[in-house]
Write a protein that binds this ligand. Structure first.
Ligand SMILES: [Zn+2]
Length: 389
């Protein structure tokens, strides 16, 4: 026997008395009722959750899934439940109402995109406090914002939303959107002069109840776009915190909300200029260090510089020195050699160092600093020199 889907005809019903007509045991216990107020997951809308009261016992319903007209309700614990038992069903109304606002909002958004830009809705998913819709064409930010405002105009007009099963004769006259071919009776959700769409979901009774729709973001997806939106109170809360953030930025930069973008762009430019100046100064500093160094065979040098600067200094100094050990900031080191001896020197001093590189340059971290490191370096390079002779 198929489950009578009461939510299809009355999406505002929050509780209902029903009889358990079958029980099955999969990973968890699943109940089949003669009728239900629980919407099963489908068409992008998540399943309702809630609980049932069976006698004095409260049993949580954590999921509902439809299989060939039967709606199975997954329960957390329910060993005492028996076929034939009467139970009262209660849905989590806040979650359901948010889903109804999101789902109706999606129909208006997709309906208007189809009407004005021939964009076909190819995907829909309701998350916890947001929903995403996919379309088969790319749309500009301006076009999406224009539709976002139109959606909210439809909301303010408080247009009735009706879901029903028209007769075959009636349905032939309706120009409705549908993602797929449907066998059997077709349920149409109609919003006069805005949209008609084949849909199995639960909707608000009139567009005004959606309250507010906010487009949060959009991105390229497959060959079109994916839009993320919020409806109702989730949209209100988002807008409150988003404007709060922009205001806070304005306060930090001592400008009005309207000037925030200009100010951020200016700050970005100033930063770039400063970074370039720092680069020039660093280069001068490096050249100054290099100029002070006398021509010599080998050099051990402690420097207030990072690895990037260290590499530049090393390249400068290699014109004056044969082998070089730079002890840099944050216990970093760099061994450079004009005679391809960097790896050899590193191998000999390895006890204190971790790193890698080529025969001309090895870099890394000094893991064990000891006072003899400078001495070790000079004795090591001198030994290499002797071996060469
Ligand atoms: Zn729908």
């Amino acid at each position: 026997m198929e489950t009578q889907a009461v939510y299809e005809h009355n999406s505002y019903l929050k509780n209902l008395k029903a009889k358990i007509i079958d029980i099955r045991y999969k990973d968890k216990i699943e109940l089949l009722f003669d009728k239900t107020v629980f919407y099963p997951e489908g068409g992008g809308q998540p399943s309702d959750t809630g609980y049932i009261l069976a006698g004095d016992e409260r049993v949580e319903i954590i999921d509902a899934q439809e299989e060939e007209g039967k709606i199975w309700h997954t329960v957390e614990k329910g060993e005492h439940l028996r076929i034939g038992l009467e139970a009262e069903q209660f849905i989590d109304w806040d979650k359901r109402f948010q889903n109804m606002q999101s789902h109706s909002g999606e129909h208006i958004f997709s309906g208007l995109l189809s009407k004005y830009y021939k964009a076909n809705n190819t995907g829909f998913h309701i998350g916890k406090d947001y929903f995403t819709c996919d379309y088969d064409i790319e749309l500009s930010r301006e076009k999406l914002q224009e539709i976002e405002i139109l959606v909210n105009t439809v909301i303010q007009k408080n247009i009735p939303i009706d879901s029903s099963y028209p007769s075959q004769e009636e349905i032939e006259k309706i120009d409705y959107r549908s993602k797929k071919e449907i066998d059997g009776p077709i349920r149409i959700t109609a919003i006069p002069e805005v949209d008609s769409c084949a849909c199995c979901g639960t909707h608000v009774g009139s567009s005004g109840e959606i309250g507010y729709i906010k487009l949060i973001s959009y991105e390229r997806y497959k060959k079109g776009i994916r839009c993320t939106l919020k409806a109702g109170m989730a949209a209100v809360k988002y807008s409150v915190s988003a404007s709060d953030i922009v205001e806070e930025i304005g306060r930090k930069y001592s400008c009005s909300m309207g000037d925030v973008i200009d100010r951020l762009e200016k700050t970005e430019k100033d930063k770039e200029t400063l970074l370039n100046e720092i680069k020039v100064l660093k280069k001068e500093k490096i050249l100054a260090v290099s100029e002070k160094i006398e021509k010599q065979e080998n050099l051990y040098l402690k420097l207030d510089a990072d690895m990037e600067d260290g590499r530049v200094i090393a390249n400068e100094l290699l014109s004056k020195c044969r082998n070089l050990f730079l002890h840099l900031n944050k216990d970093q080191f760099l061994i450079a050699s004009r005679k391809e001896q960097a790896k050899g020197i590193f191998e000999e001093m390895k006890e204190n160092l971790r790193g890698g590189g080529s025969s001309s340059m090895v870099q890394g971290k000094i893991v064990k600093e000891n006072e003899n490191m400078e001495k070790d370096f000079y004795s090591c390079v001198e030994r290499n020199l002797k071996e060469e002779m």
